[in-house]
Design a protein around this ligand. Structure first.
Ligand SMILES: Cc1ncc(COP(=O)(O)O)c(C=O)c1O
Length: 435
């Protein structure tokens, strides 16, 4: 099938989906501009995949980073954590809770951050959130207005862009340099800091590249942030999913050991295999009290949405006071899966990749996009064509911003035999189309 036809069909499926969901109201109702045109490639592609699945096609769900979705992976939420959630519900923890989170959990998180990252936090420095997603929303809501800028890594995890736009701001991508193992380029970075920069976002290990920022960059960043008095916002959701560099620091405070204000974000979704429970937190590392006003306002915002899932918070207390080996078991399996995928990609003509340090994503370059006679005009066309032909669902790199163009992102959460089947399909598909 021609690529233009595939692109048209994709647009048609999205249009029909959108019309079914919103078409009738749109006629009567004025919709705020800030929510119009929101895109999220990781889930948008699934609309097409789900249509194909309904028609009976076998789909390989490599688009979404959900380790406990049985369609994606074979990992499971540990029984003892499930049991503690059920027990909390049975014991009557079914009412609204404190807006900032259950105090005992905030205490445990402060201790855990101290142990793991050497942070000196008080329970009052922590706010529980509905996942890191809500923490990103809170920080952006509190810091960004019309005309403000947020410095985000490029390639970029899309919600950083969406929330920035939502609040009238502009995202500016600092380049992660592919041929330098996707490390940030400090010189590029310096040119992008302006008087409008409201915060600098770090994501290490990074989604989508899987790379841990090097310590030299973090030190340089420290000087820059201090000079311009810009807070760092650090997304540490993958900090426990690391391979060779398991003992490296992911949190910038641990590297810097200084007083720079940092807003950290972390959660239970990935390391504790509970994505659907929606539990995360933000912490304020702020020895000089410079974030006090910000924290007070985010606390008020948190009160508006009442509270975070209460039984899940009780289960999280149990997880932290009685840690078992589910995270390290997952990491060991992922490590083998990563190695398998890296080897297979190296064997396939037209693809190349770095070796991720952590998380569970690969972000291979589609080298063939620059070959003469390449039948696809964009990475999106390729990813759609691949999905329709083979059932392998990945995400087009351009969905991760301009530095992601001509790549694809895939998870390696599936067992090796499933990954092997999918790579055989990808290899055959490329051979058939790139002659
Ligand atoms: C970098 C990054 N931050 C945040 C999130 C969202 O995490 P949560 O489930 O805690 O909302 C994800 C999910 O994939 C992610 O990749």
């Amino acid at each position: 099938m021609g690529v233009n036809k595939i692109q048209k069909q994709f647009n048609l499926v999205l249009l029909v989906h959108w019309w079914t969901m919103h078409g009738r109201e749109e006629k009567k109702m004025k919709i705020a501009k800030r929510v119009q045109g929101m895109e999220y490639a990781i889930r948008d592609i699934a609309i097409v995949g789900d249509e194909l699945a309904k028609k009976g096609k076998k789909i390989y769900y490599f688009n979404i980073g959900d380790p406990v979705n049985p369609a994606v992976s074979d990992f499971e939420t540990p029984d003892y954590i499930i049991e503690s959630l059920a027990e909390a519900a049975r014991n009557g923890y079914n009412m609204y809770g404190n807006s900032l989170g259950v105090h005992e959990l905030r205490m445990k998180i402060a201790e855990e951050e101290g142990r793991r990252n050497g942070l000196n936090l008080d329970p009052d420095d922590i706010i529980l959130t509905s996942g890191v997603s809500e923490a990103i929303f809170f920080v952006t809501a509190a810091l960004v207005e019309d005309g403000d800028e947020v410095l985000v890594p490029g390639p970029v995890y899309p919600p950083y862009i969406s929330y920035t736009k939502f609040f009238g701001g502009k995202h500016v991508e600092y380049e992660l340099v592919e041929n330098n193992d996707w490390q940030p380029d400090i010189e590029d970075f310096k040119t992008k800091v302006t008087k409008n920069t409201r915060f600098i976002l770090l994501c290490s290990p990074n989604n989508p590249t899987g790379v841990l920022y090097n310590q030299e960059f973090i030190k340089n960043l420290n000087d820059l942030a201090a000079e311009h008095d810009i807070p760092l916002v650090s997304d540490e959701i993958y900090d426990q999913i690391l391979f060779e560099k398991q003992n490296s620091y992911t949190c910038p405070v641990s590297t810097l050991k200084n007083d720079l204000p940092i807003i950290g974000m972390n959660g239970f979704s990935k390391a504790h295999l509970s994505t659907g429970w929606r539990l995360g937190y933000m912490y304020f590392h702020d020895p000089e009290g410079r974030l006090n006003g910000l924290k007070r306002n985010i606390e008020s915002l948190a009160r508006i949405r009442l509270c975070v899932n209460v039984p899940a918070q009780h289960a999280a207390i149990k997880t932290l006071e009685d840690p078992k080996d589910h995270t390290s078991n997952m990491v060991n399996k992922l490590w083998k899966r990563r190695d398998f995928c890296v080897k297979r990609i190296a064997e396939i003509d037209g693809l190349s990749t770095n070796v991720p340090d952590g998380a569970f994503y690969l972000f291979p370059r589609l080298d063939f996009m620059e070959w003469d006679g390449c039948p696809w005009k964009t990475d999106k066309e390729f990813v759609l064509d691949l999905l329709k032909d083979t059932g392998v669902m990945t995400v087009y790199g351009s969905g991760f911003g301009k530095y992601g163009t001509n790549h694809l992102r895939m998870t390696y959460l599936a067992p090796v035999d499933v990954l092997e089947e999918a790579f055989n399909l990808i290899e055959g598909f490329l051979q058939d189309n790139l002659d």
